[in-house]
Write a protein that binds this ligand. Structure first.
Ligand code: PEP
Ligand code: MG
Length: 759
C-alpha cells in the first residue's frame, strides 16, 4: 500500500497542471482501491461551493458543472465536518442529494475524505461502489492518507496555476501569497528574474518565446555538440571499455535522434516554449516514466536520460549566458541564491531577493542585510521555476512574497516603498536628532552588525553603538578558522569605526542554522544541540583565541564589550568568565595594555529568564535575544515557514518573559538591552521602551523608523499601551489593540502592510 501511495504522489507531483494532477489522482486511486468511482471536489473560494473537478466512474460531462454548497449533499458534509464519512448506502443518509448529471443512482456505498491543507479544507476525495457495503478500516485509512498527501500537491498545483494567471476555473490572473522567513527587512515591488545554477535541469523555468526558429537552431546546435562529445568520449575510452560497454554511448546517440528525445523536444519548442524549458519538460517525463518502473535496470536508465539532459542544457546555457535581461526593478529568484548571483545583476537594478532554500542566516541573507536589499528566504512552496518575468512583491519584514499582486496590494506596497525612500531621504535630518520621546525619555538606539559593510550603513543611520556584532559572520565567509591575527584585524576595524561608541562583540555563535563549511556539525535537532557557548566551552582553544583577539583589538580604543550567547546555566557563565579572565591575563602578560571589558550574557533561553537575577549578579549587562527566546519559549522553529504564523514575539508569554527580565536585571542594578528583530519593529519598540529596556539594538534598515516612532510617542502613553498589552491573554488581541491605538494616535504611517512583523 505504501509503495502504491508513494508512486501515486510521485506521478501527481510531476503533472504539468492542476487538471492533469487531478486526472491522475482519480484514475490511480480508483485503480488502487478497486472501486467503481473516484472523484475530487475542490472548494472554490469565490463561490464557496465544492465543485466536481475530476472523476473516474461518474459522467465526465458533469465535471465543472456539478457543485454543492457546504450545507448540501454528502460532499458538503465531509467538507464541513472535516472528517471522513463511510456509508454502506448513501441514499439512506438524510444529507444525500441526487445529481442526475452524474449518473449517481447506480452507486450505493460512499467513502469521502476531506482534503485539508494548512487547516484549510481545499476539497473532498470520494470513492463509491455499486454494491451496498461498508468500506473497511484499511480502505478508510488509505483514502485518508491519500488525501493528506494530496493536499500539498493540490495546493502546489493550484499555486502554480495561479502564478500563470490560470486559476482553478481559468479565470484570469490571481494573486497568490507564499510564506517563507524574513531574510532582510524592507519591501519591494518588482519583476522576477529566475536565476539558475549552471546545468541544473530541474530548476529551468518555463518561458514563452516568439522566435521559435532561433530556439530550434540553439537546440540543434546543442544536439550536435553533445553528439560530438559522445563520439569523442566513446573513442577515448576504446582502450578501457569492452565493445559492449561502449554500446552505451550508442544508446545515448540514439536517444538524441529525431524519433526519440531529440524529436520530442523539438515538438515542444514548436509550441512556443524556449529550448531549455522544452528540454526540462521532455527529460522530466522520461525520467519519471523510468523511475516508476519496477525493473531495476530500467530505473537506472533514468539517470542516463538526466545526464543527457544536463549535457544538452550545458550547451544551451553556454549559448544564453550573456542574454539574461534584468528589469529596472529586478527581484532575483533562485532555488538557492548564492552571494555570487547578487554580483551578476547590474548595479541599481536589484530591488529584492527570493530564495527557495536557506534561512535568515544564509550567507546571501547576511549580505542582503548589509546591502539593504529586502529578502525572503525558505520559500519552499513557491513554484519558482514558473515565476520568471511575473510581477512580485517581496515583504522582507514578514517573510512573505506575493505573485501577480492585485492593484490594491501593489498600491499599498508601493506606498511603503515610497515612504521608505522618503524616510531614507530625510535621514540626514533624523540622524542628527536624538531618540527622545516628546515627554523627554531618552532611548539609545544601537545597531546589529556582522560584515564591515554594515558599519557604513549603521553610521549613515545614526546608530549610537553596536548592540550585537555577530562574530560568526566573518567566520562563516571564511574557508577555515581565522587566525588570532586575522581576527584581531577584523575586530579592530569594527571597534575603530565606531570609536568612541561602544561595540558589543558576541563570542562565536555557531550551530543551529549557522554552519561553518570547515567545521561541520551534523545533528538531528541542531537548535537544541551543540550551539553557541556549548561549542566554544568544549573548544577553549577557539574561545581563547577569539577573546584574545578581541582584547588586543581594543587596545587604545577601550570601547569593547563582550557578550556570551546561548547561556543556559550559571555554570556555563562561570566557565566562560574564567576563560575571559585567563585571556585577559595572557594578553596583559604579552604587553597589551587593556582594561577588562564589560561582559554580558544573552538571555535567549527560557532557563536564563528564570535565572536573570543570578546571571545579572555575575556580569556587567544583559542583552535579550528575542529571536531565539521567542523560538524556545513557543517551541516554534524560527526558520520553518510551516509554523511561521505561530512565531510571534507579541505572544503574551514572550511579553511577560521580557518584562520579568527587565525587572530582575534592574533589581540587581544591571542594564539590559534587547538585540533581536523585535527591537527593530516600531510598534514593538514602544512596548520595549515602556518595559524599561536601557537600549534597543536592531538592523540598520529599521533604525530610522524606530527613531521616528519613538519621537512621536510619550513614555506615559507607551506605558499605557504596555499595560493594556499585558492585560490580554490572546496574541491576536494584542496585535489589534496595539494597531488600533497607533492608528488613533495618527501613527499609522509606520504600520501599513510590510511595515513590520507584528502588524
Ligand atoms: C537572538 O537570538 O535574538 C539574537 C539576536 O541572536 P541570533 O539572531 O544571532 O541568534
Ligand atoms: Mg540568538
Amino acid at each position: 500500500m505504501l509503495n502504491t501511495l508513494r508512486k501515486i504522489v510521485q506521478e501527481v507531483n510531476s503533472a504539468k497542471d492542476l487538471k492533469t494532477a487531478l486526472g491522475i489522482i482519480v484514475l490511480r486511486v480508483k485503480e488502487a482501491m478497486g472501486s467503481q468511482v473516484c472523484s475530487v471536489y475542490l472548494l472554490d473560494p469565490e463561490t464557496n461551493r465544492f465543485v466536481l473537478m475530476a472523476t473516474e466512474g461518474l459522467n465526465k460531462r458533469s465535471i465543472g458543472k456539478v457543485s454543492m454548497a457546504p450545507n448540501e449533499g454528502l460532499v458538503g458534509l465531509v467538507g464541513t465536518r472535516e472528517e471522513p464519512l463511510n456509508l454502506e448506502n448513501a441514499a439512506d443518509h438524510p444529507r444525500y442529494r441526487y445529481f442526475a448529471e452524474t449518473g449517481e443512482e447506480k452507486f450505493a456505498s460512499f467513502l469521502g475524505a476531506p482534503i485539508i491543507h494548512h487547516r484549510r479544507v481545499v476539497g473532498v476525495l470520494v470513492i463509491q461502489q455499486k454494491e451496498r457495503r461498508q468500506f473497511d478500516e484499511g480502505e478508510e485509512a488509505f483514502l485518508v492518507t491519500m488525501s493528506a498527501q494530496l493536499a500539498g500537491v493540490i495546493a502546489h498545483a493550484e499555486a502554480t496555476g495561479s502564478i500563470r494567471g490560470l486559476g482553478r476555473q481559468g479565470k484570469g490572473i490571481q494573486e497568490a501569497r507564499f510564506v517563507g522567513v524574513p531574510g532582510s527587512p524592507g519591501a519591494a515591488v518588482g519583476r522576477a528574474v529566475v536565476m539558475l545554477p549552471p546545468a541544473d535541469l530541474e530548476v529551468v523555468p518555463d518561458k514563452a518565446v516568439d522566435d521559435i526558429d532561433a530556439e530550434l537552431k540553439l537546440f540543434n546546435n546543442a544536439l550536435e555538440g553533445v553528439r560530438e562529445d559522445m563520439r569523442k568520449l566513446s573513442a577515448k575510452l576504446a582502450t578501457q571499455l569492452r565493445p559492449e560497454e561502449r554500446a552505451l554511448f550508442d544508446v545515448y546517440l540514439m536517444m538524441l535522434e529525431d524519433a526519440a528525445l531529440g524529436g520530442e523536444v523539438i515538438e515542444v519548442i514548436k509550441t512556443g516554449q524556449w529550448a531549455q524549458g522544452a528540454l526540462r519538460q521532455v527529460v522530466g517525463e522520461h525520467v519519471n516514466r523510468f523511475e516508476l518502473m519496477d525493473d531495476d535496470y530500467l530505473r537506472e536508465r533514468a539517470s542516463d536520460v538526466k545526464d543527457l539532459g544536463r549535457r544538452l542544457l550545458a550547451y544551451l546555457q553556454e549559448a544564453r549566458s550573456q542574454s539574461l535581461v534584468y528589469a529596472d526593478n529586478t527581484i532575483l529568484v533562485s532555488e538557492e541564491l548564492t552571494p555570487a548571483m547578487l554580483g551578476e545583476v547590474p548595479e541599481g537594478k536589484l530591488v529584492g531577493l527570493v530564495s527557495v532554500l536557506g534561512s535568515g542566516n544564509s550567507h546571501v541573507a547576511i549580505l542582503a542585510r548589509a546591502m539593504g536589499i529586502p529578502t525572503v528566504m525558505g520559500l519552499v512552496d513557491l513554484p519558482y521555476s514558473k515565476v520568471d518575468g511575473i510581477e512580485m512583491i517581496v515583504d522582507g519584514y514578514k517573510g512573505e512574497v506575493f505573485t501577480n499582486p492585485s492593484e490594491v496590494l501593489r498600491k499599498q506596497y508601493s506606498d511603503v516603498v515610497e515612504e521608505e525612500r522618503q524616510l531614507a531621504q530625510g535621514l540626514d535630518a533624523l540622524r542628527e536628532l536624538p531618540c527622545v520621546t516628546p515627554d523627554g525619555h531618552r532611548m539609545p538606539l544601537w545597531v546589529n552588525t556582522g560584515l564591515l559593510a554594515d558599519v557604513a550603513r549603521a553610521q549613515q543611520r545614526g546608530a549610537e553603538g553596536v548592540g550585537l556584532y555577530r562574530t560568526e559572520v566573518p567566520f562563516m565567509i571564511n574557508q577555515r578558522f581565522p587566525s588570532e591575527k586575522e581576527q584581531l584585524a577584523i575586530y579592530r576595524e569594527q571597534l575603530a569605526a565606531f570609536h568612541p561608541l561602544p561595540v558589543t562583540m558576541r563570542t562565536l555563535d555557531i550551530g543551529g542554522d549557522k554552519a561553518l563549511s570547515y567545521f561541520p556539525i551534523k545533528e538531528e535537532n541542531p537548535f537544541l544541540g551543540w550551539r553557541g557557548i556549548r561549542v566554544t566551552l568544549d573548544h577553549p582553544e577557539i574561545f581563547l583565541v577569539q577573546t584574545r583577539a578581541m582584547l588586543k583589538a581594543s587596545e587604545g580604543l577601550n570601547n569593547l564589550r563582550i557578550l556570551l550567547p546561548m547561556i543556559s546555566s550559571i555554570h556555563e557563565l562561570e566557565e566562560a568568565l574564567h576563560l575571559i579572565h585567563r585571556a585577559w591575563g595572557e594578553v596583559r602578560d604579552e604587553g597589551t595594555d587593556v582594561p577588562m571589558p564589560p561582559v554580558g550574557v544573552m538571555v535567549e533561553i527560557p532557563a536564563a529568564v528564570y535565572q536573570t537575577k543570578e546571571l545579572a549578579r555575575q556580569v556587567d549587562f544583559l542583552s535579550v535575544g528575542s529571536n531565539d527566546l521567542t523560538q524556545y519559549l513557543l517551541a516554534v522553529d524560527r526558520n520553518n515557514p510551516r509554523v511561521a504564523d505561530l512565531y510571534d514575539y507579541l505572544h503574551p508569554a514572550v511579553l511577560q518573559a521580557l518584562h520579568t527580565v527587565v525587572r530582575d536585571a534592574h533589581g540587581e542594578g544591571k542594564p539590559v538591552s534587547i538585540c533581536g528583530e523585535m527591537a527593530g519593529d516600531p510598534a514593538a519598540a514602544i512596548l520595549l521602551m515602556a518595559m524599561g529596556f536601557d537600549s534597543l539594538s536592531m538592523n540598520a534598515t529599521n533604525l530610522p523608523k524606530v527613531k521616528w516612532m519613538l519621537r512621536q510617542v510619550n513614555m506615559s502613553k507607551a506605558q499605557e499601551l504596555l499595560a493594556e498589552a499585558l492585560s490580554h491573554d490572546n496574541p491576536q488581541v494584542i496585535h489589534s489593540s496595539l494597531q488600533l491605538a497607533l492608528k488613533n494616535l495618527g501613527l499609522a504611517r509606520m504600520i501599513g502592510p510590510g511595515a513590520n512583523k507584528t502588524l
